[in-house]
Design a protein around this ligand. Sequence first.
Ligand code: MTE
Ligand code: MO
Length: 157
Amino acid sequence: MHAQHDRSGPVIPLSEPILVRGDSSVTLSGPELRGLPAEDRTVTVACASGTRHTATWTGVPVLDLFEAAGLDDETTHLVVESTDGYRVCIDVYAALDAVVSYTRDGTPIGEEHDYETRFIAPDVDGSRTVKGVRAVEARALDPATDPESLEDIFKKP
Ligand SMILES: Nc1nc2c(c(=O)[nH]1)N[C@H]1C(S)=C(S)[C@@H](COP(=O)(O)O)O[C@H]1N2
Ligand SMILES: [Mo]
């Protein structure tokens, strides 16, 4: 026994800032993201190809990211974009339960993957759990706009 609480070694700095576009645009650095209250979500990520795995993710509730930027009442969707260009558009009600996580089963995501953050929520399908979040943008889509037309999902596992 020893007085070491950090099971996972040195904390990997979150190097990618996240752009939050609400009423205004705000950039959150990694340390700023870590400084916000975090919550856990246990989510099964299922892909159309058949892969399926469950993990507990820790991170900041997505809507809390908008504290500084402001989130308009008219918002219908959030567009979440990755550093690799992957982009999804999800219903704001599904986003109520989403977190931008940086820890997976207690380990910093960046220790095991080539991305550091993951947009994750129980009610968002696996293909829309964005790895390496670069930006989260609030949109008020008109009912005639197909949310999928704003997406860039290149069907990689
Ligand atoms: N940035 C980014 N996020 C992504 C993808 C991608 O290609 N790029 N693929 C998606 C798809 S289709 C699935 S099924 C899951 C796979 O997550 P896993 O590698 O944890 O199983 O990530 C999703 N998130
Ligand atoms: Mo997938």
